[in-house]
Design a protein around this ligand. Structure first.
Ligand SMILES: [Zn+2]
Length: 215
């Protein structure tokens, strides 16, 4: 989950830049921190448990890392298999504050009654789910997640009757506009946090994914 620029025009960009791996320092196992950070670690595990139940998709490893350089403001990241959290934000109150500020600016969907750490877990889990959709569709190699995300958004747009992917993404969140992949991840977080109160566009993405994964 990064801080992207918002695009203009009719279609979403195909891929987002993501976190530069050179800026990820000193990553270590997240779950082993549970003694010191019980509430936070449990929120992460709860997000993974819910997504496994809803979509049948398991996250690989959870890690925590020190993130520097231009990516120091990133809350978390995923490679489509594993999820990492930024050690600089891995505190319940601090994450709630950072997240709520971005919700106020229209950058992320509401977290409903969930903690921000859980909401971020849903967003990053959304990337893992998208990679699973890519596998299911027979896409492989670099760019397969982006390709699956585009397919999901296009399917969801048929459900809502939208013609412009940029307009469609705008109704989910500001960050959704940065790429098809972020649009899907934001929609999954919206549905996981807000249920029936999630936007119709997010719910269409959820329905499209479930139809591909036969859930
Ligand atoms: Zn993301």
């Amino acid at each position: 989950m990064g801080r992207g620029s918002s695009g203009a025009g009719g279609s979403l960009p195909n891929s987002s830049s993501g976190v530069n791996s050179a800026n990820i320092k000193n990553s270590r196992d997240l779950v082993s921190m549970r003694e010191r950070k019980q509430e936070e670690v449990d929120a992460v595990l709860e997000s993974a448990r819910t997504l496994a139940e809803d979509y049948g998709v398991q996250v690989g490893q959870f890690e925590i890392a020190d993130i520097g350089g231009k990516d120091s403001g990133v809350l978390a990241y995923s490679d489509g298999e594993n999820i990492g959290f930024n050690s600089g934000y891995f505190d319940g109150a601090k994450m709630d504050g950072a997240y709520d500020e971005s919700v106020k600016q229209g950058y992320h969907p509401s977290r409903g009654s969930k903690s921000a750490i859980e909401a971020v877990g849903y967003h990053e889990g959304g990337h893992v789910i998208t990679q699973r959709v890519a596998d299911r569709l027979g896409y492989s190699g670099s760019g397969s997640m982006d390709k699956a995300a585009k397919k999901i958004v296009q399917g969801a747009m048929k459900r809502t009757g939208d013609k412009s992917s940029m307009k469609f993404a705008t109704k989910i969140s500001g960050y959704s506009k940065t790429s098809y992949a972020e649009c899907v991840a934001e929609a999954i977080a919206d549905v996981a946090c807000n249920g029936k109160k999630a936007s119709p566009e997010s719910r269409a993405i959820d329905a499209e994914i479930k139809s591909i994964l036969k859930r």
